[in-house]
Design a protein around this ligand. Structure first.
Ligand code: LLP
Length: 423
């Protein structure tokens, strides 16, 4: 459930009409609903009730400071994957002990940064990373708490570009090598083994791969404990899918996912950590855009809008579906017609939907992309010198720009000329 509904014939974010926001900030823009973010967090938290658990929001999904603040106020920790994300989490007021550091290529500088600033744990992805971390932590006179991310070699049955738990993927340490890696970890200075980490992919719409992966993690926990390691934390990653196509998708509910966790690892007495991103932010955000032209092509009509692949890259990158709805509620009984919905960028890939049934639309009308709160704004670029679009947060009947659209001057001034070109 989200808080984007039609009221008096106009799509609203909570109690604010999208036409009002459009008039104030211009199009295109992203808009997020506080109540939806809070609801998604609460639903996930409740799904894990009965387990000693903590949610580390995967801020790669949506790293806006105001979004981070909203979730941190609910008790969320953060899962970060770069020094930049760590700095942003801290800037949002999240203490180091509520931050876990994931990622396959943590640099020495990033290790130094987060050890210095404070961190709950590193989710280490390889033996070379483990040795590097040991060197950095020892040199600093610190001890780094670690889990090792294991690769359980399960098929997450999701888009190939966002599956991470097969042995051919770059992520984690193969299960077969895990005991050896833990043995090395236990022998290294500056390292304290605290648990196991696993993450098998994103937008999972089937619980079975989770069940398989978590069962393997449970077996490994017992083995490692028998080997003498103090395994007391399990980080189970993120990845639970959301409905993108509301008319025919019903991914598993968080409570069902929670049940799988309880059944597979609940008996181990471990602290459970999870890192959801999309499930918290995805359906808490819309991308709102204005129709520029309706163009009649040969055999098909094109709805040309002012948002493009640089603003929302998911359809171009993953063939992802986003429901697209008119901001003015269509009158009952109006016949939809098929349209290709495209942006203005000079690439055929700048296509959001092909032959999508849409009610009648004309230049100046607004449309909203649903499920755009995760991996939308964060993956945007300024391709075609299109400035990053603003982000707006709504709370009840209030709204605020939480990232402003740069002016052309601001965008241009980030480039600098070398001295030999200056006059
Ligand atoms: N933890 C780790 C280690 C991850 O790599 C990810 C996502 C998450 C947690 C959060 O997964 P989520 O709950 O959001 O599924 N840009 C792609 C998604 C990439 C996901 C990368 N890792 C998209 O737009 O579909």
């Amino acid at each position: 459930m989200d808080h984007f509904i039609y009221k008096n014939g106009v799509l609203h974010a909570e109690d604010v009409s999208l036409t009002e926001i459009a008039a104030s900030v211009g199009t295109p823009f992203y808009v997020y609903s506080t109540a939806t973010l809070e609801r998604h967090f609460a639903v996930f938290d409740e799904a894990l009730e009965g387990l000693d658990h903590k949610i580390f929001y995967a801020m790669k999904a949506n790293g806006n400071l105001a979004v981070l603040r909203t979730l941190a106020a609910m008790g969320a920790g953060m899962d970060v994957v770069s020094g930049g994300e760590y700095a942003k989490a801290r800037a949002a007021g999240v203490p180091g002990e509520h931050i876990v550091f994931s990622g396959v290529g943590k640099t020495e500088a990033e290790m130094w940064q987060v050890l210095n600033g404070g961190i709950r744990q590193f989710n280490v992805e390889s033996e070379p990373e483990l040795r590097q971390l040991s060197r950095v932590a020892s040199a600093m006179g610190k001890v780094a708490a670690i889990t090792l991310r294991v690769n359980p070699d399960v098929d997450a049955k999701t888009h190939a570009k966002i599956a991470t738990g097969k042995s051919e993927n770059k992520f984690g340490i193969p299960m077969a090598k895990a005991r050896e890696a833990y043995k090395e970890a236990a022998s290294l200075p500056g390292i304290e083994v605290v648990g196991i980490d696993v993450h098998i992919g994103s937008q999972l719409t089937d619980l079975e791969p989770y069940r398989q992966a978590f069962t393997k993690v449970a077996e490994l926990t017992e083995q490692l404990r028998a080997d003498g390691h103090n395994i007391h934390r399990l980080d189970l990653g993120g990845g639970l899918g959301i409905p993108y196509e509301r008319s025919n998708e019903a991914p598993p509910l968080p409570v069902e996912y929670g049940q799988v966790i309880k059944e597979t690892v609940g008996h181990l007495g471990c602290e459970i950590e999870i890192e959801p991103g999309r499930l918290i932010a995805g359906n808490a955000g819309l991308l709102v855009s204005e129709v520029v032209y309706l163009k009649h092509g040969e055999g098909r009509d094109f709805l040309i809008i002012d948002a493009a692949m640089n603003d929302l890259v998911r359809p171009a990158m993953y063939e992802a579906h986003h429901d697209i709805v008119p901001v003015s509620e269509p009158e009952a009984g109006v016949e939809p017609t098929p349209l290709d919905i495209v942006g203005p960028v000079c690439e055929s890939g700048d296509t959001f939907a092909k032959q999508r049934a849409m009610p009648p639309l004309k230049a100046g009308d607004l449309v909203a992309f649903r499920s755009a709160g995760a991996y939308g704004a964060v993956m945007a670029s300024e391709y075609n010198a299109r400035p990053l679009i603003p982000e707006v947060l709504v709370k009840g009947d209030q709204f605020a720009v939480v990232r402003a659209r740069p002016t052309y001057e601001e965008m241009i001034s980030r480039d600098t000329l070398p001295s030999w070109m200056e006059s």
